[in-house]
Design a protein around this ligand. Sequence first.
Ligand SMILES: Nc1ncnc2c1ncn2[C@@H]1O[C@H](COP(=O)(O)OP(=O)(O)OP(=O)(O)O)[C@@H](O)[C@H]1O
Ligand SMILES: [Mg+2]
Length: 233
Amino acid sequence: MSKLRIENVVSGYGGMDVLHKLSLEVQEGKIVTLLGPNGSGKTTVLRTIFGILAPKEGKVFYKGEDITALPPEKVARLGMSYVPQEENIFAALTVQENLEMGAFTREDDIRPRMEEVFELFPDLTDRRKSRAGDLSGGMRQMLAIGRALMLNPEMLLLDEPSTGLAPFLVEQIFERIQTLNKQGVTVFLVEQNAQALRCADRAYILEGGEKRAEGTAQELMNDEEIGKHYLGR
Ligand SMILES: Nc1ncnc2c1ncn2[C@@H]1O[C@H](COP(=O)(O)OP(=O)(O)OP(=O)(O)O)[C@@H](O)[C@H]1O
Ligand SMILES: [Mg+2]
């Protein structure tokens, strides 16, 4: 079943179209990755899905409902969380305060959820009272994801969580994403790092705002042409 679907989306900035009639789908319960080089339009796809950018043409459907250009706070209320590529934590606040901010629209007791987030990211537990700005890059990414999880989302949009991380941390972050997925969260993972294929079920390759390939992660990993052109082999 499709959790998220975009159809023939044209989107961009001012007079410039970045996405050219792009269609993609994320199935319920899966991890789908969107791989593409710098400037190919990956972030623009996420902004359009989350209602930060209104597409000029095309539609966005979430759980069968037309959410095209629905504002971000309303999309969030439908159970989708977005971890942006940059400025995804409050550097001046502590780890715990960041998690509290992530749940600020919740009126019930957020402590049990916070403990679940700490269970998923145990390294953060010892740093509860540390300023987020003092954390390492890897911990900051974990915190950014943790914040997004505070609302108990059904679906997570992640924009290049592996950027700037050492290889072992990249592996760790993809493992955590898999754990989350096993807990029932559907994931749309935008990446430049082809390692993302290892944790994904399906994948798309984006270039110049157009879909260049799609298939199971395994199919794309095994495809020699794709490996050469897009995965740096
Ligand atoms: N706010 C903006 N205003 C104008 N043009 C923009 C804006 N944001 C992005 N662009 C342009 O849109 C195109 C796609 O950008 P986008 O950020 O979606 O790419 P990306 O695939 O996320 O790249 P990266 O891997 O560097 O994050 C680029 O040509 C970029 O310069
Ligand atoms: Mg980007």
